[in-house]
Design a protein around this ligand. Structure first.
Ligand code: 9D3
Length: 247
């Protein structure tokens, strides 16, 4: 999959792409990420990328010209493009969106805003969609763009090792993870659950599924409304409910 990030702070985005999984994906030719400095598309000697808002008020607004010219250059390269604005007003990013982007054939152009925002004409005439990564305030779209790239790239077939991707296939089912343990089997006053040392793989699988259901019920009950539970899950849920009454 192909990304091009348009930003006034290319260093922030590049730093986030030094992750080893992403580097390997790039070496394998499965992922291409170009980071473009919007200052390269300014023309005055101060490389001005922002200006005061029309109508007055606090802060500065990102000028439209560098963004339009950068997008013109990308389009002139003849590629099919899908233009995404990273913005707090966007649709909130999730696994489903990551999967959809991972299957995109066109180049994904991620525009990162800074300051109070970007000139509205960018949104009106260039942008296909807006993505937010959640309801909190960042200083700009760079960290959000890095999040989107990492989450989507991991879902491209071949990017993860076989172990990790097998886990994705079977376990990204909308439940929270089960607890993990490693050696030592006893640490301070905390033993590892016996079932994990038993070697009984059917029992271990059942225990993990039950713990995943328990964690989801306790911490993210909203997720259970969306997930489809199989017959075994329903049985495990029944057991959990009974155990709740026992205390
Ligand atoms: C404090 C300024 N805010 C006034 C209501 C508006 C505002 C402008 C610019 C808030 C944040 C930003 C910069 N953020 C992003 O560009 C951004 C973002 C985010 O802040 N949260 C979650 N996802 C994203 S994607 C891009």
């Amino acid at each position: 999959m192909k990304f091009e990030v348009l930003t006034l702070f290319p260093g922030i985005v590049s730093a986030a792409l030094s992750d080893s999984i992403l580097k390997k994906a790039m070496e394998k030719g499965l992922l291409e990420v170009k980071v473009t400095d919007l200052r390269d598309f300014t023309h005055d000697r101060h490389n001005t990328a922002d200006d005061a808002p029309f109508g007055g008020g606090p802060g500065m607004v990102m000028k439209p010209e560098p963004v339009f010219e950068a997008v013109d250059r990308i389009k002139a390269e003849g590629e099919c493009v899908r233009i995404i604005l990273m913005s707090p007003q966007g649709e909130v990013f999730n696994h489903k969106k990551a999967l959809e982007l991972s299957r995109e054939k066109c180049k994904l152009v991620l525009i990162c805003g800074r300051y109070e925002g970007i000139d509205e004409r960018v949104r009106l005439s260039l942008v296909d969609e807006e993505i937010s990564i959640g309801d909190f305030v960042l200083s700009g779209g760079e960290m959000a763009a890095a999040v989107v790239i990492e989450a989507a790239a991991r879902l491209v077939p071949g990017v993860l090792g076989t172990d990790e991707s097998a886990e994705l296939d079977s376990f990204y089912d909308g439940l929270l993870d089960y607890p993990h343990y490693t050696r030592p089997a006893q640490y301070r006053d905390m033993p590892v659950p016996d079932v994990l040392l038993s070697g009984n793989h059917a029992e271990i699988r059942r225990w993990r599924r039950k713990e995943a259901l328990k964690a989801t019920m306790r911490k993210r009950p909203d997720l259970l409304e969306k997930v489809e539970l199989g017959p075994e899950d329903k049985k495990l849920m029944g057991e959990l409910e009974a155990e709740m009454w026992e205390g």
